[in-house]
Design a binder for this molecule. Structure first.
Ligand code: 9D3
Length: 233
């Protein structure tokens, strides 16, 4: 899969995609991430990429021409996404859908916004990562790219995290423990040391329900068993 990112701040992406799992997926040749520096397509000797809004008001708006030229410089942009606070909320189901595509391009919004004609002419969908105000679309683009890339078959190696065998669907995870058995006076719950796998399964299921009730009661609302629509990972 190819993921293209169009941004005014290419430096923000250094590290995020070379470290860890995404770096390995690229080394393995199953993922290719390309950063396109929007400034290179800015107009005139000053490489201008923004301008004041027609109709007045504060802030600056990203001009359409540099974005058009940046997209036209990408051989196969594929499905084009604009990160925007006005977008549809990005969910795990979107990550799954996008991970099945050959190529996606994420345009990182910035300043007060992007000229609407970019959306009309080039953008397939606009996505937000949540109801809080960030300084730009770069962090959201990284979040989306990360969530999508880890779902590419083979991206996580032979890790069990995608197998679903330690999973209570639609619930938050149960608490995890590793050695030592006692840490600063806090013991690992004895059931986890018991070797009784039926009891362990039962304890984990109850803990998952408790954690979900505490942090995300909304996940339990639709179906009391917590066996919801499987929108989780
Ligand atoms: C003052 C009006 N603001 C709208 C709430 C304008 C505005 C705020 C923040 C315009 C752009 C931004 C920068 N944010 C993003 O580009 C962004 C974002 C976000 O701020 N939160 C969650 N998801 C996203 S996706 C892109």
């Amino acid at each position: 899969m190819k993921i293209h990112l169009v941004t005014l701040f290419p430096g923000m992406f250094q590290g995020v995609f070379t470290e860890s799992i995404l770096g390995r997926a690229q080394d393995a040749g199953i993922l290719e991430i390309r950063i396109v520096d929007l400034r290179e397509y800015g107009l005139g000797s000053h490489r201008v990429v923004d301008d004041a809004p027609y109709g007045g008001g504060g802030g600056m708006i990203l001009k359409p021409e540099p974005i058009a030229m940046a997209l036209e410089g990408i051989e196969d942009p594929g499905h084009v996404i604009l990160t925007s606070p006005r977008g549809r909320p990005f969910r795990q189901a979107d990550a799954r859908r996008l991970s099945g595509l050959e190529a996606i391009t994420l345009i990182c919004g910035h300043y007060e916004g992007v000229d609407e004609r970019v959306s009309e002419l080039f953008v397939n969908e606009e996505l937000s990562i949540g109801d809080y105000v960030l300084t730009g679309g770069e962090l959201p683009a990284m979040v989306i790219a990360d969530a999508v890339a880890r779902l590419i078959p083979g991206a996580l190696g032979h890790d069990t995290t995608q197998s679903g065998d330690s999973h209570y669907d639609g619930l938050l995870e149960y608490p995890h423990y590793t050695r030592p058995r006692e840490f600063r006076g806090r013991e690992v719950p004895p059931v986890l040391l018991s070797g009784n796998h039926e009891q362990i399964r039962d304890w984990r299921a109850r803990q998952a329900l408790r954690k979900t009730r505490e942090a995300r009661p909304d996940l339990l609302e639709k179906s009391p068993g917590g066996d919801n629509d499987g929108k989780g990972d």
